[in-house]
Design a protein around this ligand. Structure first.
Ligand SMILES: Nc1ncnc2c1ncn2[C@@H]1O[C@H](COP(=O)(O)OP(=O)(O)OP(=O)(O)O)[C@@H](O)[C@H]1O
Length: 606
């Protein structure tokens, strides 16, 4: 699914997770937040305005209280209407401010959820268009964690940072202004404690930040181990590895617990007690200062207001600092999401948008490979100087010992990796310049391991392309899958179970062939599609391939040489080079040839 239009092009400027300073992480996190909230920005500004209004009301209460004490209660000037008004202001402003805050919290939470939804779509859409080389090094569980947990953590940036932190900062600023207006010297005493608060926060951050970062990494590792164990459960149990895996999981889990406890300890032993102590010191200092003065009647109201304000200074400070641990977690999570978004897309996805369609050359070979050399790692070529022309409609078999480069060649034909030396042309067009949609339409793949969705036969063949049923049925017939699909209780609409668990390996493979054919490809690639199926199904596949001859260009990698015996030409790869090439009979004539040896070996084993 492509990312939604508004969000698809944004790429944060982040180089590498290990080399990112926390300041840069924070900037990137807020960049991501701003970007994902863009459609809702006006709502966000309104929320901020309402928070300012709530802070204003909050500050107004003690001033009304001071006026009530100084102007009415102490001088016994009983102007009842004004007194009721002031009393109403003392009590009512707080309530209205709380109501306003609650309303904004609900509204910001909704906005946060929408942003997470947009961000998640963007991350998933981006991931779908990453090059195969990325997935060679990616760990499934960690990727899942980025798309689910890490995007969710961005939500707390709204609720914690925008709401609590901004609200607290606004209240703090308003309170300091009101205190300065009442008695600026006393205000300075209160402010003198600010460096202590900042010092405590700095200490807390230093203490807890490594634990926060490590805890997140470990959570992602927990996800990774879980995903790996579930996908490899058969092998895991067959090797009696349950205990070892459980122990490994246990160790990671204990590490995670230890880091979380370290974080909570920093909070419980340092942050909260130190800030509570400051509150008490501040109250004592203000009362003591007033005690030193000649208390005029007018100052009782100021003292009342100051005592009320101290709570309004300390509480927002506590709130701001208490959010730091969540803020750190969210910033780390957001920068991880940003790093994933920074992964460059596969070249065809980047290029497809601006490449113009060129008409294909009717006389060109279906596939022309010219002096192709390819290496996964620098200076270790897997394919060496390969040249090959495949005419349209030909049936080509590729064989070779394990590691000879067969799958690599197929991966290059599928554009999973970019060609660096030499070239591959499809119907006369350089592979890299063909728009992605057309390329994927033109080239069908039947992989070794048929990947089936937990969906119906119809959906598995269609694979989200929205093909008419007639085409799905025709493809199933061409793949000789129509018979057994029709025999299922709901025919094409029968759910096939997770991974197609209701079908035999051979039937799954026939569905995979039908899926590849349903797109009406001009080139069909088969990657050892018959290596895991029984001889009877292999016969069916052979018949299907035979029927497709001349209509579709077929390139089949096969360990089972019987599958490609009928091919027009068989290419024998040896250490990444073409060592023999020709039809079966011709290759069998080469005495001591690689193909002859492979074939005779299989005959012996049969
Ligand atoms: N993703 C990868 N990253 C790095 N090296 C790889 C990768 N895939 C394959 N190789 C290496 O490239 C070489 C050729 O592998 P390839 O899978 O193309 O061989 P193959 O002929 O298909 O083997 P098999 O018949 O066993 O599937 C091997 O040495 C392999 O280790």
């Amino acid at each position: 699914m492509p990312a939604s239009g508004a969000t698809s092009n944004w790429r944060p400027a982040l180089k590498h997770p290990d080399h990112v300073s926390s300041g840069k992480q924070t900037r990137v996190a807020f960049g991501l937040l701003h970007h994902s909230a863009r459609p809702d920005l006006s709502r966000l500004y309104w929320a901020l305005l309402w928070l300012v209004a709530a802070a204003f009301l909050e500050v107004l209460g003690p001033i009304a209280g001071k006026a009530l004490i100084d102007e009415h209660l102490l001088p016994r000037h009983l102007d009842w209407p004004r007194m009721w008004l002031l009393l109403g202001a003392v009590l009512g402003t707080g309530w209205i401010a709380t109501g306003l805050r609650y309303w904004q919290l609900v509204s910001l939470s909704g906005l946060a959820m929408r942003s997470v939804q947009r961000l998640r779509e963007q991350v998933y859409g981006h991931m779908l268009r990453l090059p195969m080389a990325f997935f060679d090094r990616a760990i499934t569980g960690q990727l899942v964690s980025r798309v689910t947990n890490d995007t969710e953590a961005v939500k707390s940036l709204y609720v914690q940072v925008l709401f609590v932190m901004l609200d607290s900062t606004i209240v703090l600023a308003g309170t300091v202004i009101a205190m300065a207006w009442l008695d600026w010297r006393m205000m300075l005493i209160v402010l003198a404690l600010l460096p202590f608060v900042l010092g405590i926060v700095w200490l807390y951050q230093r203490w807890s930040a490594p634990a926060v970062t490590r805890a997140r990494q470990l959570r992602s590792e927990i996800n990774g181990q879980m995903a790996e164990s579930i996908s490899g459960m058969q092998v895991l149990q067959a090797n009696n590895a349950e205990t070892r895996f459980a122990e490994r999981f246990g160790r990671t889990n204990v590490d995670h617990y230890t880091q979380r406890v370290a974080e909570i300890r920093a909070n419980a032993w340092l942050l909260r007690p130190a800030l509570d102590l400051l509150n008490v010191i501040l109250l004592a200092a203000v009362i003591w200062m007033f005690g030193q003065r000649e208390m005029s009647a007018a100052e009782v109201g100021v003292l009342y207001a100051f005592i009320s304000y101290i709570a309004r200074v300390i509480e927002p400070l506590i709130q701001i600092t208490m959010q730091f641990s969540q803020l750190q977690q969210s910033v780390v999570a957001a920068s991880r999401v940003a790093i994933l978004l920074q992964e460059p897309l596969s070249p065809e996805h980047q290029a497809a948008a601006h490449i113009t369609q060129t008409p294909t050359d009717a006389h060109a070979p279906a596939i022309a490979i010219d002096h192709l050399t390819f290496a996964y790692a620098d200076n270790q070529p897997v394919l060496h100087d390969l040249s090959l022309d495949i005419p349209p409609g030909a049936f080509i078999g590729i064989v070779g010992h394990t590691g000879s480069g067969k799958s690599t060649l197929l991966s290059l034909l599928l554009r999973y990796y970019p060609v660096s030396t030499g070239s591959i042309r499809l119907h006369g067009e350089a592979l890299a310049t063909i728009p992605n949609d057309r390329f994927r339409n033109d080239v069908g793949l039947v992989p070794q391991e048929p990947f089936l969705l937990a969906a119906s036969a119809r959906e598995n063949i269609d694979m989200g392309r929205g093909l008419p049923f007639a085409e799905i049925e025709a493809a199933a017939k061409a793949a000789h899958a129509h018979g057994f699909i029709s025999a299922l209780e709901h025919g094409y609409d029968t759910p096939l179970g997770e991974g197609g668990s209701r079908l035999s390996s051979g039937q799954k493979q026939l569905i995979a062939i039908a899926r590849a054919l349903a797109g009406k490809p001009r080139v069909l690639l088969l990657d050892e599609a018959t290596s895991r199926i029984d001889s009877q199904t292999e016969q069916i596949v052979q018949t299907a391939l035979h029927e497709l001859r001349g209509q579709v260009t077929i390139i089949a990698i096969a360990h089972r040489l019987s599958t490609i015996r009928e091919a027009d030409r068989i290419i024998v790869l040896n250490h990444g080079r073409i060592s023999e090439s020709g039809p079966h009979d011709a290759l069998m004539q080469i005495d001591g040839g690689l193909y002859q040896r492979l074939y005779l070996l299989q005959q012996l084993a049969a």
